[in-house]
Design a protein around this ligand. Structure first.
Ligand code: TTP
Length: 663
């Protein structure tokens, strides 16, 4: 029987942390009276008491399951507390849960490279921290080991039959001075994770479970083995025992067709069953890559790195329309797409403001059926295009994508003939990148702002056909598109009514965007009335209440700005850059002939540049003439970030988790 070949990665220490019944815990923190009670979070829809999406462990003890509806849960557990998931725009609003997840991530990231893999799951690479601990304070030299670490499950070392001796066995294993180096490192990982979990509990009031192993795959398997509020370690010597009887379909990426093929074609039901097949045989059957991958995972070999990523890889907003709620016409699709895009746009804006990140790709996914068509198993094709910032643009592009997908799905242009239904819609923003901070020249920064224009025209049948569109390239493959970026903020100069200005006015614009700077050069004084753009021709600004912003306050405190000194700064930029974004925008508008009606009147009177203060690298300010440097530095003063909420004082994680609610 083949044995796992030791690899360099065997000496890594990887942890997978998974929050326990996460949404329930978030709700219980909000409503402390629910702590310890059987509780479930339900989707807002009220049919049969709503669908359960998270179930507390107390409720699980009564037999309540996630697949149940609220009414069913009440039957098996009459005292269950059902909490509705927050709703916004007619759909579940997950922001509270996302923020709670971020709070946890910020704590876990203290000890090693951290990858946020879902709303409530994180991988940590603790190799460096474990090596440091082994050198400086090796477990065998410690006088006391924290209680939480002693309660760990160590596969192959502890078992239920061990009874009260378990902690002693764990202590021995943790402190074994002649252990294999890999086990010593793992023992350090166990101590570090126990400590981190205690910190999470104390600072957030949330419990979590963890797996500690030599790679991501094993750590993930282990974290689910003992829940809630416990941790499980997988020493190298226990890998074989863990995998031997592990159901093949429960392995990551084997829940679908590949796993089914292994079962039906090769008679493989557990990971151990795979051991009889050579790598060559598996390659012959499934191709070189998949064959090797299967051979490796059967032996617990997985070299996948923990990516250093604290923020999500993408943003998405979706909604399902089951049964009779299916969307059956374009106006209803448009309505819901607008809602989803508005949410997506808000999240993109927040990501930009808080994390200086922009997304470059917009994708539309849908689930659809064709009741009048015998071939109703066709999938609605996902469609992608370059992401343009601004709620209206995202809405417009998403609708275009939907219509392209629908045509393909229906395989004709009979979109108006009905006979289709949409049971799920989602929009997502991906290919997220950090805004480069090393702008090598402030002039280059300003020159780099390229406007990108789009056009679409209504067709006679009432649908939008995308015309030549430099930023729209349709593709079913999210990763295949390489597109120009329309930087956020470019549309903003056309979004809100301008205030009269003679020099610089930051009032309304800065208030509308938490980090926006508008440079407004007056050629002659402007009146408010001729600066307000007709709503019908303008892209829409996300609906926000104007608020006073640090930048705004700063400008008000700095009379030199109001006296028009900044128009000289702009003169400086304009002299330096005859190909300014403003001029490019004008040229683009002329070429496109768009917004003529509202721009004609205003562009003769003033020009507007809009930049995100956050995007300007402070180091380039030295390139400005000295008289402007201080002023610009003031504008770019960092904004305050909210503090992490602290709370909770549990001493032991298990003692925090009620165990008195068994039926
Ligand atoms: P999970 O981690 O799958 O589950 P959980 O945290 O509720 O419970 P466990 O202790 O067993 O890990 O999901 C995390 C959250 O994601 C969950 O609290 C609610 C939400 N969720 C859904 O909204 N729909 C779903 O289908 C699933 C699986 C989760």
């Amino acid at each position: 029987m083949p044995v796992a070949k030791p690899e360099a990665s065997d000496s890594r220490v990887i942890a997978h942390i998974d929050m326990d019944c996460f949404y329930v815990q978030v709700e219980q923190r909000k409503h402390p009276q629910l702590r310890g009670l059987p509780t479930a979070v339900v989707q807002y829809n009220s049919w049969k008491g709503g669908g359960l999406i998270a179930v507390s462990y107390e409720a699980r003890n009564y037999g309540v399951k996630r697949s149940m509806r609220g009414d069913e849960a009440k039957e098996v557990c009459p005292e269950i507390q059902l909490v509705q998931v927050p709703v916004a725009r007619g759909k579940a609003d997950l922001n509270t849960y996302r923020e709670a997840g971020s709070q946890v991530v910020s704590i876990l990231a203290r000890r090693g490279r951290c990858e946020r893999s879902s709303i409530d799951e994180v991988y940590l690479d603790l190799t460096d921290a474990a090596e440091r601990m082994l050198t400086e304070t090796s477990p065998h030299s410690l006088e006391t080991i924290i209680e939480e670490a002693l309660k760990s499950h160590v596969l192959g070392i502890t078992s239920r039959e061990d009874g009260i001796d378990v902690k002693e066995k764990v202590r021995e294993w943790l402190c074994k001075s002649d252990a294999d180096r890999r086990d010593k490192l793992l023992a350090c990982g166990v101590l570090i994770v126990a400590d981190l979990r205690m910190q999470v509990l104390q600072e957030t009031q949330f419990t979590c479970s963890a797996g500690i192993a030599h790679n991501k795959m094993l750590a993930k398997l282990a974290s689910a083995m003992n829940k809630p509020a416990q941790q499980t370690a997988v020493p190298f010597s226990s890998v074989k025992g863990l995998l031997e009887s592990f159901p093949i379909k429960k392995m990551k990426q084997l829940g679908g067709k590949l796993g089914s093929s292994l079962q039906t074609d090769l008679g493989v039901n557990t990971v151990g069953d795979l051991w009889q097949f050579s790598e060559g045989k598996l390659q012959e059957r499934y191709g070189i890559n998949t064959g090797t991958w299967l051979w490796n995972i059967a032996r617990g070999i997985n070299g996948e790195e923990v990516e250093g990523r604290l923020l999500p890889k993408s943003h998405g907003s979706g909604k399902t329309f089951p049964g009779p709620r299916a969307l059956k016409n374009l106006p209803s699709v448009q309505h819901w797409l607008n809602e989803l895009c508005e949410e997506l746009s808000e999240r993109l804006q927040s990501d930009l403001e808080h994390n200086r990140r922009i997304a470059r790709n917009l994708t539309l996914h849908a689930h659809a059926y064709k009741p009048n068509d015998s071939d109703s198993h066709d999938k609605f094709p996902s469609k992608s295009c370059a992401l343009r910032y601004g709620t209206l643009k995202i809405q417009e592009d998403a609708m275009n994508l939907f219509q392209v997908g629908l045509r393909e799905f229906l395989d004709s242009s009979k979109v108006t003939q009905g006979g289709w239904g949409i049971t799920g819609l989602s929009v997502s923003a991906s290919k997220i990148i950090a805004i480069p901070s090393g702008t090598c020249s402030i002039k280059k920064y300003f020159q780099g702002q390229q406007p990108i224009c789009s056009s679409s025209k209504p067709l006679e049948d009432g649908y939008i056909e995308t015309t030549e569109h430099p930023s729209l390239s349709f593709s079913g493959d999210e990763d295949s598109t390489s597109v120009p970026i329309e930087l956020p903020g470019q549309e903003a100069s056309m979004q809100v009514p301008y205030f009269p200005c003679n020099g610089v006015d930051f009032g309304q614009e800065a208030a509308a965007s938490t980090s926006g700077l508008t440079f407004c050069v007056g050629r002659e004084s402007c009146s408010e009335s001729n600066l307000v753009e007709p709503e019908s021709t303008l892209p829409e600004e996300p609906r926000r209440e104007p608020k006073t912003h640090a930048l705004d306050q700063q400008v008000r405190k700095n009379p030199s700005v109001e006296k028009g000194k900044s128009s000289s700064i702009l003169d400086f930029f304009r002299r330096a850059d005859t190909n300014s974004p403003l001029q490019k925008q004008d040229q683009a508008d002329k070429m496109q002939g768009r917004h003529q009606s509202h721009r004609r009147g205003s562009s003769q009177e003033r020009e507007t540049w809009h930049y995100k203060a956050d995007e300007i690298d402070p180091s380039v300010i030295n390139e400005l003439p000295p008289e402007f440097q201080e002023e610009v530095r003031d504008w770019l003063r960092p904004l305050k970030r909210p503090n992490v909420v602290k709370g909770g004082s549990g001493v032991s994680i298990a003692s925090f988790f009620s165990s008195t609610n068994k039926p």
